[in-house]
Ligand binder design. Sequence first.
Ligand SMILES: NC(=O)c1ccc[n+]([C@@H]2O[C@H](COP(=O)([O-])OP(=O)(O)OC[C@H]3O[C@@H](n4cnc5c(N)ncnc54)[C@H](O)[C@@H]3O)[C@@H](O)[C@H]2O)c1
Length: 274
Amino acid sequence: MSSLDGKIAVVFGAGSIGPGWSNGRAAAVAYARAGCTVAVTDVDEASLAETRALVEAEGAACDSFIGDVSDSASVRDIMAAVHARRGRIDILHNNVGLSAMGGPTAIDEETWDRVMGANVKGVFLTCRHAIPFMEADGGGVITNVGSVSAMRYLGLPQIAYAASKGAIHTMTRAIAAEFGPKKIRANVIAAGIVDTPLLAVGAARTFQGTFGAADPAEARRMRERTIPLRHFGDAWDVANTAVFLASDEARYITGAEIVVDGGLTLQVQHPARD
Ligand SMILES: NC(=O)c1ccc[n+]([C@@H]2O[C@H](COP(=O)([O-])OP(=O)(O)OC[C@H]3O[C@@H](n4cnc5c(N)ncnc54)[C@H](O)[C@@H]3O)[C@@H](O)[C@H]2O)c1
């Protein structure tokens, strides 16, 4: 029996950009395995349906909602629907995160606005519409998926993404401080390089750009060798951290930045000797 038995979790960005285990999909299934009823939401209907089927295959009840996290009315309606149907919102999990290559002189303003809208405004809106329910019902847990990009430059310019993750890390601390007295905990997972379908989409280009390697497989090996544990994480590393953060075992942890990166941010980058 887990302390999450019977809890109601809402996962934003529960689909996946490609086939396989995304961070959002794994989080939804991990909450289900821990005993939660899970509400999943995403803009991508087909991908969301896949996640819902996987949650239900765990024997958990699941509600699914199509919606854009940067649309206030949509987020408000989703929260209201979950609360009306399930009676509580115990866990809010913010996984939506768009990335875009380019520094301040390269990306256009439209790209900046799109990334900020989904990543920053999205977290603002889900918190805005979930917290009143959590407050009224005696507490809750908010877990935001951040990134080591909020802490370090990773070798290629992604100014909007890095800035958005920085904002998410800061918002998490502010929310934790303001709503601690209402028994709402908020934490951010600073994910390192996670081997998800999202990574597969841009990895070859990104690692080749970072290391100047012609061969994508060699570029990937070079990136892995910058990590003390010498391999990428996977979606379960992030999902299992989220389950822990939501559990009673983490009841005194709030406002924390939990780094899940195999040690990537521990050291100045240097060629590996092994
Ligand atoms: N994979 C990595 O290496 C890595 C590293 C650090 C952090 N992260 C973070 O992990 C999270 C995403 O991981 P993932 O594997 O689930 O990625 P993913 O792209 O597969 O899933 C994100 C989901 O969000 C949905 N989405 C996008 N815009 C949306 C919007 N406006 N409203 C609602 N849904 C929207 C997408 O349809 C997709 O299903 C992001 O926050 C990302 O920044 C990933």
